[in-house]
Design a protein around this ligand. Structure first.
Ligand SMILES: [Zn+2]
Length: 336
């Protein structure tokens, strides 16, 4: 993700299927060409067994250098596949997305009251990996891999092409993606930063049945007990109030990666045009055609844009069920 909360495509790969060897190869290349020894990386993904195994063997997403956290949407979906209860699935989402520990604990207790097995299922997953309340600031508020879906739109029409054409169109679209953002970035102005050392408590206003909470803000550590500052890297409303009291600019407390300079740097590198194949290095391997694999062409329009998975099905069904229930209740309301 870039500092403007948009996807920053860094690497692509073409594999025949999602397996441990293909993930291992991809992560090795990513480490060598993109990460290049940088530390503090957070990988958010589903819990694919091959990926988890490959991640553990590499240096980049293993503590203390980096972390491998799970997509909350995938955790909820897997949870629902086992527990088969939409109410508990919603509670699972609430538990994972809650920033405050006391609220997380309260929701987990609620799950326990509903179903001890469901509680045990969630309790055995490392809480750092799926909950915002135990994350420690790695996620920057990103709970799911939903944003990566936007790359499907960028690469629309690139599926089912021969590999060389696929690579070419991916490069062309990526260059365009960077170019559009590079122009946008230079239109912004740059803000200078300053530092301060204060800590205090903030009481929130009562709003109906909510509010009246006390939060501890430590300006020097850039943290507030509500958890949002740590997560998003932007001072929460409590921290902003404290900044105002001490006459400190809240903007100066925003993490560096939101800085316009950082955003400009993200898209400042240029792509090199690709030379003719005659100039390429010898790859030291030979591509061999597998005669057992044949592309079957069918008449009519090709409808494939994205491979639908179990989660699409669940969401559609949940929505249909909700609509059905709404329909039933409105029928009941209209009855004499
Ligand atoms: Zn706060």
């Amino acid at each position: 993700m870039d500092g403007n909360q948009q996807v920053l495509p860094l690497a692509f790969t073409v594999v025949d299927e999602e397996t441990y060897p293909s993930w291992k190869l991809f992560l090795q290349q990513l480490s060598r060409h993109v990460i290049r020894g940088r530390r503090g990386m957070c990988l958010i993904s589903d819990r694919h067994g091959g990926l988890i195994k490959a991640v553990r063997e590499g240096p980049d997403f293993v503590s203390p250098h980096g972390v491998h956290w799970y997509c909350l949407r995938h955790v909820c979906s897997n949870f629902n596949s086992t527990i088969k209860n939409v109410v508990l699935k919603d509670l699972c989402w609430q538990a994972g997305s809650e920033y405050q520990l006391r609220k997380f604990n309260r929701i987990m207790e609620e799950i326990k009251k509903h179903d001890v097995k469901a509680f045990a299922y969630l309790d055995q997953i490392n809480k750092e990996k799926w909950t915002a309340s135990h994350d420690g600031g790695w996620r920057c508020g990103i709970l799911t891999t939903n944003m990566s879906e936007c790359i499907n739109g960028v690469l629309k029409g690139a599926r089912r092409l021969p590999v060389s054409a696929l690579v070419e169109i991916t490069l062309e679209r990526t260059v365009h993606y960077f170019h559009v953002r590079a122009i946008k970035a230079v239109e912004h102005t740059v803000t200078k930063y300053s530092h301060a050392q204060q800590s205090t408590s903030v009481q929130t206003r009562r709003q109906g049945r909510h509010g009246m909470n006390t939060h501890v803000v430590k300006i020097a550590n850039r943290e507030c007990s509500c958890g949002k500052w740590n997560q998003f890297g932007i001072p929460c409303s409590h921290a902003q109030k404290v900044c105002g009291a001490y006459n400190i600019s809240a903007a100066s407390m925003v993490k560096d990666y939101y800085d316009v300079m950082a955003y400009n740097n993200t898209y400042s590198k240029h792509f090199e045009p690709v030379q003719s194949e005659d100039y390429w290095d010898d790859p030291n391997f030979q591509l061999v055609h597998d005669p057992t694999i044949r592309t079957v062409t069918r008449p009519g329009r090709n409808q494939t844009t994205r491979i639908h998975n179990e989660m699409d099905w669940r969401q559609t069904r949940a929505r249909q069920e909700a609509q059905q229930q709404q329909g039933d209740s409105s029928i009941q309301e209209n009855m004499p």
